[in-house]
Write a protein that binds this ligand. Structure first.
Ligand SMILES: O=C[C@H](O)COP(=O)(O)O
Length: 261
């Protein structure tokens, strides 16, 4: 089966709500509607921008979707600073990033916490983009497949098959994030294929064939075409290059198979 590629622009802690409106307008203006038949495009702004993005997407009936960068495991309560699944669902979020390496590192998120968040997302009808990826020392020791597969299985614990099917996996080698050091397409394919094989083993081939597995780490318009040619790479989680409207548009068009608009 052929999976529709997904390009997700993770803005991280960049752009205020006014800049968010300008960037979404730029992407909407630059990427003609016909491309959306071949690629799903989503933007993942900071929480403070989401309401503005929602208003724009709904008002102008844009074909791109949007999501959030994190969510709390709980639905509500005394959790100062956190944002819950019901809040994000009300804002129309299609996706929520869970377990990004920056959250695992700076907020000490364990696989157990990540799993609670994945479950919280599904509980509220939001597709989690579950991030996995190894540190440089793990890769150098040859443990990258074992490491990422363990993160995957732990992150999906307790999910039903149809929830797994509606989960997006993002393989992001930590050594390739924001460093300009992109994994080769062969590196990306090796791990993405192994993750799909692990899904097939646990949930069956039919489920595994449906799951989109993205690559992330220094993805740009210059390398996206070769990455999406890989059998098991179904798009990208894009950081830096998603902040530039022209570059992101180009990248989405190339993921759709071109030509450039
Ligand atoms: O979520 C996105 C990734 O962390 C990749 O970021 P990057 O494209 O800036 O390397």
């Amino acid at each position: 089966m052929s999976r529709k590629p997904l390009i997700a622009g993770n803005w991280k802690m960049n752009l205020n709500h006014l800049e968010a409106i300008a960037l979404v307008q730029k992407i909407a203006f630059s990427l003609p509607e016909k491309y959306y038949a071949k690629v799903d495009v989503t933007v993942i702004p900071p929480f403070t921008d989401i309401r503005s993005v929602q208003t724009l997407v709904d008002g102008d009936k844009l074909l791109l979707t949007y999501g959030a960068q994190d969510l709390a495991p709980q639905d509500s309560g005394a959790y100062t600073g956190d944002v819950s699944g019901p809040m994000l669902a009300k804002l129309g979020c299609t996706y929520v990033v869970v377990g990004h390496s920056e959250r695992r590192e700076y907020h000490a998120e364990t696989d157990e916490v990540v799993n609670k968040k994945v479950r919280a997302a599904h509980k509220h009808g939001i597709s989690p983009i579950l991030c996995v990826g190894e540190q440089l020392e793990v890769r150098e020791a040859g443990g990258h497949i074992e490491h990422t597969t363990a993160q995957l299985i732990a992150g999906l614990k307790g999910l039903k098959a149809e929830q797994v099917q509606n989960t997006v996996i993002a393989y992001e080698p930590v050594w390739a994030i924001g460093t300009g050091r992109v994994a080769t397409p062969a590196d990306a394919e090796e791990v993405c294929a192994a993750l799909r094989a692990a899904l097939a083993e646990k949930y069956g081939a039919e489920v595994a064939e449906q799951v989109r597995v993205l690559y992330g780490g220094s993805v740009k318009s210059g390398n996206i075409a070769d990455l999406v040619k890989c059998d098991n790479v179904d798009g990208a989680l894009v950081g830096g290059a998603s902040l530039d409207g022209d570059e992101f548009t180009k990248l989405c068009a190339l993921a759709a198979g071109g030509p450039l608009p």
